[in-house]
Ligand binder design. Structure first.
Ligand SMILES: [Zn+2]
Length: 67
């Protein structure tokens, strides 16, 4: 039974080139920066539950019956 080399595993997620050890999991510092800029640039949008600010009902709390 032959053991296949794991070269395919070490592929840069940015450009699919061979990964360099010092830049793992990327092939170069440039690709690492590309990946980072994607996150900082907002390409990866994080969905939120925040919707438009809508108040149900009015601000009037109703009449308080005191006394
Ligand atoms: Zn790369």
């Amino acid at each position: 039974m032959e053991i296949l080399p794991t070269l395919m595993v070490n592929a840069c997620p940015i450009c699919s080139k061979e990964v360099v050890e010092v830049h793992r999991p990327f092939c170069s510092q440039r690709c690492a920066n590309v990946d980072l800029s994607r996150w900082l640039g907002g390409n990866y949008r994080i969905p939120t539950d925040e919707g438009p600010t809508v108040y149900e009902g009015g601000l009037n709390g109703g009449e308080e019956d005191q006394g």
